[in-house]
Design a protein around this ligand. Structure first.
Ligand SMILES: [Zn+2]
Length: 605
């Protein structure tokens, strides 16, 4: 029978420990020490308390715990000497049904892993949804993690142990993260749409207004309707907009005789939320989409309960944020703030298709983009849920983080023009090598950004158009992406990088052009809204962690016209993002939905 938190909190210590039996493999001391933190406010609180015990126990105790675990598909599984929990988990992952080849591969990986690290490989084989990884996923993860640094693997093993425990706890408490599971499934379902060339390789790429992009818009629209939104439409720029209307708004008190029924009708204000559904090339499934689906799940619950709030909830799936197909970015949120520049319509993609042509083909009306600009006075504010896209929460064993500010960034597309010449006959001292000049700048960017401590600088695109193996590069195209938490710091970085570009090009006798494609000011969270997120996270028994956002988000755009604040959700695999390994558990997604629900139901605009 399922146990309750109340039982764990009130039982005598030895009985409480008995209730938490079998969580950490052969190591009841973790749960026992965590009992010092009673009363637990939630399962999330209990999970975090146990993770803290292990963190504070030190390396020797951590290695000992790791070594208490069986090898995956190892001898213990074959000889049936695993703990009941491990037998269940490894069996569920299908490890008992390995083909001889798979079994041999796993044995080899076990041997190599043990030889390199001195402890067994641990993986939460039930995976981020709790329904089990495939044998191929297990083998791929094993092979990938074999390349990691030993210190990292020690921590990654511990994180996997905590995940195993989380699932074991859910079983014990019969706690199913059903909202998180549904939202996790929506991500999975929408990830079937991917641009040609990537779909075939099993990669996720959804760029602005491709067929896959339109299929995503249709998927979001249909799901919004299923959730019970009152209005769902696709706007002129391709945003999917769902509105869940306010209930009766208490009329303003009216002066005069009580008998007159002249209460003025009050126009309800609107809470705006959402994120983007486009992706980078070969990106992850959760970036952006989590911020659309999480509030959709909240609305679905409100609708199921027949509940209306005193404000409208407007959830927007922004059509474009990543700047992959055209040079402009934030097309979706920018259109809402009046930042969509009409000249962008003439920009061409790599195939020479203008943005206007792409819009018309998708059935959008570019001439109406100006009309979708929102009147900020109609809104109480903007909130956005987003996967963290970094390692911080993962390292701290925390499911949620509260954003304090979004870093400012500046982006350039640059071109250096030198002289293409014969690679065999042009002496080294007479070359005007465009690529070598770019390479010199790239190394400078790396050095200069590191100087600040918290600035970052990246040359993410670097290309020698029509280059040949035997030709000195005559042209080199590259991008610059420079970010810092404070605008002044970012501007100083930009100034230094551009000055260095000038110096390098003068010295090398090459020319350059730069095109500014993005400049976004740092966007500090509105204190009142940040506090609402803090109260929401605290209500779940999850410790608060405030942090800046290194990545840009749609909230930066809305920041210009209304108060905003963001909530981060932990990513698995060290929080890796813009990468297919990006991952989130349905348990963490569930907590994000609960936090959002708390924010909604405690908001009285
Ligand atoms: Zn994003």
């Amino acid at each position: 029978m399922a146990i309750t938190l109340e039982q764990v909190n009130t039982a005598p210590r030895d009985q409480a420990l008995q209730l938490l039996d079998g969580l950490y493999e052969h190591s009841p001391w973790v749960a026992e020490k965590a009992l010092d933190a009673r009363p637990f406010r939630s399962l999330a609180h209990l999970k975090h308390a146990m993770a803290q015990v292990l963190r504070q126990a030190g390396r020797d105790a951590q290695v000992k715990l790791i070594k208490a675990h069986p090898e995956l598909a190892g001898k213990a599984m074959v000889s049936k000497t695993l703990t009941a929990e491990s037998t269940h988990e490894q069996g569920k992952a299908g490890l008992a049904d390995c083909t001889p080849e798979e079994f041999a591969t796993l044995q080899q990986l076990n041997t190599d892993y043990n030889a390199k690290f001195g402890f067994p490989f641990i993986l939460a084989v039930r995976g981020p949804r709790g329904t089990g990884l495939s044998r191929q996923q297990i083998i791929d993860t094993f092979a990938r993690r074999l390349q990691n640094h030993p210190d990292f693997e020690l921590q990654e093993n511990l994180r996997n142990i905590h995940r195993v425990v989380e699932l074991r706890l859910n079983d014990k408490f019969a706690a199913t993260p059903s909202l998180g599971n549904d939202v996790w499934d929506w991500h999975e379902a929408m990830s079937q749409y991917s641009d040609p060339g990537y779909l075939e390789k099993g990669q996720l790429t959804v760029t602005y207004l491709t067929d896959a992009h339109r299929a995503c818009a249709a998927y979001i629209s249909a799901t919004m309707r299923d959730c019970g939104f009152d209005e769902v439409n696709i706007d002129a720029v391709g945003n999917v907009v769902g509105v869940y209307r306010a209930g009766t708004v208490r009329p303003e008190p009216v002066e005069g005789p009580a008998s007159t029924s002249s209460a003025r009708t009050v126009q309800a204000k609107t809470l705006l939320t959402g994120s983007h559904y486009d992706t980078v090339r070969n990106g992850g499934k959760y970036d952006g989409r989590l911020g659309i689906f999480a509030p959709m799940a909240c609305v679905r619950e409100l609708h199921r309960q027949g509940k209306r709030l005193p404000f409208n909830i407007e959830v927007v799936g922004f059509a474009e944020e990543e700047g992959q197909r055209y040079k402009a970015t934030f097309l979706g949120s920018g259109a809402l703030t009046g930042d969509f520049k009409p000249e962008w319509l003439e920009q061409k993609d790599a195939d020479g298709i203008t943005m206007r042509e792409a819009m018309l083909k998708a059935g959008l009306k570019p001439e109406e983009i100006a009309k979708i600009k929102r009147n900020a006075a109609d809104y109480v504010g903007f909130v956005e849920v987003h996967i963290e896209q970094g390692p911080v929460l993962n390292e701290l064993d925390l499911p949620l983080g509260i954003v304090t500010s979004i870093n400012g960034n500046v982006r350039y597309l640059c071109e250096i023009t030198g002289m293409a010449s014969h690679a065999g006959t042009t002496p080294m001292n007479r070359r005007r090598d465009a690529a070598a000049a770019a390479a010199e700048l790239l190394l400078y960017v790396e050095r200069r950004a590191a100087q600040d401590g918290d600035s970052v600088g990246t040359v993410g695109m670097l290309q020698v158009p029509n280059g040949s193996i035997n030709v000195v590069p005559g042209r080199c195209l590259f991008s610059l992406d420079l970010r810092a938490p404070v605008d002044a710091q970012r501007d100083a970085l930009v100034a230094d990088v551009l000055a260095e570009l000038n110096t390098i090009c003068e010295r090398r006798g090459v020319h350059y052009t730069t095109e500014l494609t993005e400049r976004a000011a740092a966007a500090p969270s509105a204190p009142a809204w940040q506090q609402r997120w803090e109260r929401a996270v605290d209500s779940l028994g999850v410790p608060l962690h405030a942090m800046p956002s290194g990545a840009g988000h749609d909230a930066m755009k809305l920041h210009k016209v209304m108060p905003q604040a963001m909530l981060f959700v932990r990513g698995q695999n060290s929080g890796i993002s813009h990468n297919p390994l990006e991952s989130s558990t349905s348990d963490d997604i569930q907590l994000a939905i609960q936090a959002f629900t708390h924010l909604l139901t405690h908001l009285a605009p």
